[in-house]
Design a protein around this ligand. Structure first.
Ligand SMILES: *Cc1c(COP(=O)(O)O)cnc(C)c1O
Length: 420
């Protein structure tokens, strides 16, 4: 695509965009009556307008039925997770029984590690990105300690080459090979939260399996962003949150994927709770844990109806738009953002890979001088990116609700800023 920096060009792309109307299904932000260009979908997605009715439905059923809402409500709470599985599976490229929505992200990451990180005297290492999200770092550190290991010895951190910002796939694969006898698990992000780099999950999974290791991914920044194919890529397990690109509200619920080769194996050790027990006998309160089939067998507690109601509503929009279509728009939209930003390359560096296959919708930039001042200026101009210490501005052009015209306005603001 040959991009142009003009309002008419941006408007023509919006006119040709088959998903353009989806933004009307969201509460777009306004300040003093003016449209705000929201670029923080990587942090907290905007509110879908159908969320409120979804919550009200459950509040009404609770008011009307009390405890019988578990069976008599419109969406009986006893079976609530089932109502989300199919659409969640579509978003991550899984079979429905490989997916369950439950808990929060970091809790789910620990649950998966309990089942899939089985260190032995010789095979005990965890491989991760050196700049992983802090929660993932703390989770891996304490998982190592939980098994009596020293995290400094157990964790292999992958760092970019000197002078580079992101990891090269060939280097990741070489590191897996180099640790082939000691590697127990590769546990990486799908998209790095800081650099916006998307990893080649298929190649990483294949390489991990080749050396006898497990491949797990934290998809916090990938779910609802990339066109994932977890089943076909042969990923072993994955976890994600739903409040970033999946627009399901602050602290919202989380998703788990367990590949079907494990999902139906009751012998896989897990930390269990009653909601993961065979649904037909759950209320018999019998002794002896018998897991439900599929990823649902990792559930602990009865479903958190309110966050899940929002997620259910949000997933309906994803099903309607189609992840493939969203991704196609996303490539164009972020390409346009990159084109606009590149006009200012004497002032800023884009650290996210320029190859669309190695990124989602986010671009991370480092401003040569006083990045915080530019960030503050953009905010004052009704453009809301986000700031990550020490010096990165992240901008996510979200295909669900950002427009090409939004991107054009970023360019105008940068013009004003750097010319002043
Ligand atoms: C956002 C994010 C988290 C946050 O974890 P919660 O348990 O949802 O608070 C964890 N890991 C990564 C990679 C993230 O991007």
């Amino acid at each position: 695509m040959e991009y142009q920096n003009s309002i008419s060009f941006a408007k023509s792309l919006d006119q040709q965009d088959p998903l353009a109307s989806f933004k009307h299904q969201f509460h777009l932000l306004e300040k003093e009556g003016k449209h705000v260009v929201y670029l923080c979908g990587n942090s907290l997605g905007l509110q879908p307008k159908n969320a409120k009715a979804a919550i009200e439905q459950e509040l009404n059923d609770w008011a009307e039925f009390g405890v019988d809402g578990h069976f008599d409500g419109k969406n009986p709470w006893k079976y609530y997770h089932h109502f989300l599985t199919e659409n969640a599976a579509k978003v991550v490229g899984a079979k429905p029984h490989e997916v369950v929505i439950m808990n929060n992200l970091t809790a789910n990451l620990h649950l998966m590690m309990v089942s899939f990180y089985k260190p032995t005297a010789t095979r005990y290492k965890i491989m991760m990105e050196a700049t992983a999200f802090p929660s993932d770092q703390y989770a891996m550190e304490t998982q190592a300690r939980f098994h009596g290991l020293n995290p400094d010895e157990a964790i292999i951190e992958l760092k970019p080459r000197a002078g580079e910002y992101t990891l090269r796939t060939e280097d990741i694969l070489a590191q897996i090979e180099a640790h082939k006898d000691s590697l127990a698990i590769v546990m990486m992000g799908g998209v790095n939260y800081y650099t916006g780099q998307a990893f080649d999950m298929k190649s990483i999974s294949t390489a991990a399996h080749k050396v006898g290791a497990i491949a797990g991914f934290d998809l916090a920044h990938a779910a609802g962003n990339l066109h994932l194919q977890l089943h076909d890529w042969d990923v072993d397990f994955a976890v994600w949150c739903t409040y970033k690109y999946l627009n399901s509200g602050p602290g919202g619920t989380s998703g788990v994927f367990v590949h079907e080769r494990f999902a139906n194996r009751p012998d896989i050790v897990r930390f269990a709770g009653w909601w993961g027990h065979d649904e037909k006998e759950r209320f018999l309160m019998k002794k002896g844990f018998k897991p439900m089939e599929g990823a649902a067998g990792w559930q602990l507690s009865n479903a958190q109806i309110f966050p899940m109601a929002i997620h259910k509503a949000s997933l309906e929009l994803f099903a309607e738009a189609g992840m493939e279509n969203l991704r196609a728009k996303s490539v164009l939209l972020t390409g346009y953002l990159e084109y606009i930003l590149k006009a200012f390359s004497e002032h800023l560096t884009i650290i996210t890979p320029s190859d669309p296959n190695q990124r989602g919708c986010q671009l991370s930039i480092i401003v040569k001088e006083n990045g915080k001042a530019l960030f503050d200026y953009l905010c004052s101009q009704n453009i809301i990116p986000d700031w990550r210490e020490p010096d990165v501005i992240r901008m996510s052009a979200v295909p669900m609700y950002n427009s090409f015209e939004d991107i054009y306005h970023i360019g105008q603001a940068l013009n004003n800023y750097f010319k002043k």
